[in-house]
Ligand binder design. Sequence first.
Ligand SMILES: C[S@@+](CC[C@H](N)C(=O)[O-])C[C@H]1O[C@@H](n2cnc3c(N)ncnc32)[C@H](O)[C@@H]1O
Length: 273
Amino acid sequence: MNRDAHEHNARVREQFRIQAPTFTDTGFAASNLDWILEQLGPRPGEQALDVACGAGHLGRALAPHVGHVNALDLTPEMLVHGDRLARDAGLGNVCFAVGDATALPWLDAQFDLVVCRLTLHQVADPAAVVREMVRVTRPDGRIGITDIVLVPGSADTDTEVDAGIVERNTHLERLRDPSHGRTLHPAGIRRMLADAGATVASTSTRETRLDLEDWMARSDTPATAREEIRRQLDSELAGGPATGLRPGHDADGRTLTHLWATVVATPGPVPAA
Ligand SMILES: C[S@@+](CC[C@H](N)C(=O)[O-])C[C@H]1O[C@@H](n2cnc3c(N)ncnc32)[C@H](O)[C@@H]1O
């Protein structure tokens, strides 16, 4: 691992040590699980893997529908939290392990269903994570990637995304959470899957509105950074440059809206007719 990736992973561990207690089974972390399961179609007896599982929200949601779930993450505090929640729920088929998503400790073609939620935007090398997910999926298995994404443009190619939005979005996301990597475009996720040899079967998206103050509190964002984020979102609301965070207001105060995408793929090329 190169020095940049090593330093990035240290920032990730520090950030998610702080965030671990906020990954509860109510509120933000439990969002959109039913929608993701609909896209994945888990089957009885399947061997599943939740990559960068955090507190295992997706792996634990899959557990009643499959045979067994392995769940791996870089941050021990997230895993301890997830393991406790799995035990409290009486789930006996979820196994948590510390590890790096860019070097999965499993053989080729070992799993029927390999998933990853809300993490590609977080890692130093998302393409390496996608390659590893494809590698450990059986030829007849499925890969499911869910992440926050930038809103697709009309041509839906990642090269058409306005560089200014990417820059402003990265700046604000990193002010909030210094371990944020870069928010992708749905076409960027599809391209990484294709580059890893997979075939994309479907893409589905869902709007997810968040309370701005809660979003910043969960990552323990410093006061000066919170002030700068509020300032830039207010500027966007007043007609200033777009940040990709789509600010708004509701009865409780300022909001932002993330777009979530779930991309489902099979690990090889399209079978010949
Ligand atoms: C935003 S959280 C999402 C957690 C979980 N997937 C979920 O949907 O609730 C991002 C997670 O990615 C993990 N992570 C980041 N980089 C990683 C890497 N290279 N290998 C394994 N886990 C990683 C962090 O520790 C953190 O738990």
